[in-house]
Design a protein around this ligand. Structure first.
Ligand code: CA
Length: 533
């Protein structure tokens, strides 16, 4: 028989769980649903955001989001190219589940999508800027206006847009500025004095190739020597052959050559007005002339060419970043001027993935090495996320949809593979949080980066180049720059065996079809394989 004063533990647990659930339900019920502004750029490297601490350049506005909210140190994508990362953000799933495993894959907008889930729960939704998926956005956005042309990449100068209203527009000016102008106009019209919560995606083309900064930045860094990354001259000696054979090296195509300036053949220059083109030439021709002069004098061979090309590449890269940061500042200013909206608005700055800005001699993404795998992510959520929060746990782009759906107090759709990191960002402990991420790159094309998948844990990384059944393994604690491939090293025998097992477990957990990675791997339906060059 139970003693008189002893509380039945089952009742205690039930009461506790009920109280916690009820208080959480109350929190969501009583609070107004938060607005969401999701700003995303393209190919923006973590090390060119000063909040991430490289000291290479200054991005005060992106930093402000981090300082007034959270910076996610270990944020990753699931497949380091434009289309697949966007599809994972919209669906909360890996590419093999949402269909977008490569940039050529078809886009099915009729699947469960972040904007549709929000819309069905009372949100007004809009997307402005780069889209890049292979069919247009649909009615999951109440309004959309997306960049078109140049293979759905869009143009920097005088860009071309199509809209949900059926308009086709060429607008004079600079892409990052125009996308922001439109975003602010949309906010003025739809957010002010409106009780309905909103979600606005603002997606920049910058800093994607061909990097064309706004004229106002072309003088910046002109006389500077930008520090080179430690691995610019990586000799790939410990790796399998793939890094060496990849067509994505700095200096692979050092400069847009003078002949490319012919507006009758170059699609980017073709769009520029006579005045714009003259201005462009006035900045760029002296550099091109210097390049040809040095080349003629035999001063641009081997490492010297790489050094020269790196400076040109990184300077235009940083100038494009400056354009992004200033425009992020305009959106933050708009929120400052609309205090009531600001107090209930989540603002995120992310890029579809990070980028190799010279690391391993690359100027690209794709590989599962850190700069390809990472994804900058900062988030401000007034009164919910403490200013100055630093999140060390591993998050991935499949988590963004579940997180925002959770923030809106909506039940996360069961088929989403990611998880909400909202509680983690709020500083709550979660010992069950993932200890590793799964990555899978499929788009073997002219860059000559073969298909590979892999696992990254907090300390180690195992990459499987499964088309040849070759592995690379890195100890990121001792070798953060990933120059020492330790696969086959006896000292790591046990951990490599463990990681191999865990990689396979992740494939099972995420339901990756065996034919996608098991030699001889199959070509995948809906994925147009590009020819090797
Ligand atoms: Ca990209």
């Amino acid at each position: 028989m139970m003693k008189k004063n002893k509380i039945n533990p089952c009742i205690l647990i039930f009461t506790l769980v009920f109280t916690v659930m009820n208080s959480y339900g109350q929190e969501v019920k009583n609070d107004k649903k938060p607005n969401i502004i999701f700003i995303m750029s393209d190919d923006h490297a973590n090390r060119t955001i000063s909040a991430y601490g490289s000291g290479l350049n200054q991005t005060p506005n992106i930093d402000r989001i981090a300082n007034e909210g959270a910076i996610f140190i270990n944020s990753y994508n699931s497949n380091s190219i434009c289309g697949p990362s966007r599809a994972s953000i919209l669906t909360g799933k890996h590419g093999h589940k949402n269909g977008v495993i490569g940039n050529g894959a078809a886009w099915n907008r009729n699947q469960t999508l972040l904007p549709r889930v929000l819309q069905q729960n009372g949100y007004k939704t809009a997307l402005i800027g780069k889209w890049h998926l292979n069919s247009n956005p649909g009615d999951e956005f109440d309004y959309w206006k997306v960049l078109m042309g140049a293979g759905k990449q869009g143009f920097y100068y005088n860009p071309f847009f199509i809209t949900s209203k059926g308009e086709e527009l060429t607008e004079q000016g600079y892409s990052t500025d125009i996308v922001t102008n439109d975003a602010l106009k949309w906010l003025d019209k739809n957010a002010k004095g409106n009780e309905q919560p909103f979600t606005l995606f603002v997606q920049y083309k910058a800093t994607h190739v061909p990097r064309m900064p706004h004229f106002r930045y072309l003088d910046r860094y002109k006389n500077d020597t930008i520090p080179e990354p430690a691995t610019l001259f990586d000799d790939y000696s410990t790796r399998e052959r793939y890094a060496k054979e990849a067509n994505m090296k700095v200096g692979y195509r050092p400069l847009p050559l003078l002949e490319d300036h012919d507006p009758s053949t170059n699609i980017y220059y073709k769009r520029m007005t006579k005045d714009q083109l003259e201005k462009w030439h006035s900045y760029k021709d002296p550099i091109n002339k210097e390049y040809f002069k040095l080349k003629k004098e035999g001063k641009l061979k081997g490492d010297a060419l790489k050094k020269f090309a790196y400076q040109q590449f990184i300077k235009d890269y940083l100038r494009c970043v400056d354009g992004i940061d200033d425009n992020v500042g305009r959106i933050l200013t708009w929120l400052d001027e609309n205090e009531q909206i600001k107090e209930n608005t989540i603002i995120i700055y992310a890029s579809d993935q990070s980028y190799f800005t010279g690391e391993h001699g690359f100027a690209e993404k794709r590989f599962m090495y850190e700069e390809g795998l990472k994804m900058p992510f900062v988030m401000r959520y007034p009164n919910k996320i403490k200013p100055g929060t630093r999140v060390e746990q591993m998050i991935q782009n499949i988590d963004h949809a579940p997180t925002l759906i959770n923030a809106a107090g909506i039940k996360i759709p069961k088929d989403m593979q990611g998880e909400s990191f909202l509680q983690i960002a709020k500083g709550e402990q979660d010992n069950t949080w993932r200890k590793s991420v799964y990555y899978h790159y499929y788009d073997h094309g002219r860059h000559n980066v073969p298909r590979h998948d892999g696992i990254r844990s907090e300390r180690y990384k195992l990459i499987h180049f499964y088309t040849d059944d070759k592995y690379e393994f890195y100890d990121l604690k001792l070798d953060p720059n990933e120059i020492d491939n330790l696969y086959g090293n006896d000292r790591y025998k046990n951990i490599i065996a463990k990681m191999t097992k865990e990689l396979h477990q992740l494939r099972i957990t995420y339901e990756v079809p065996e034919k996608y990675f098991k030699p001889p791997y199959a070509e995948v339906k809906g994925f147009k394989k590009k020819s090797k060059k």
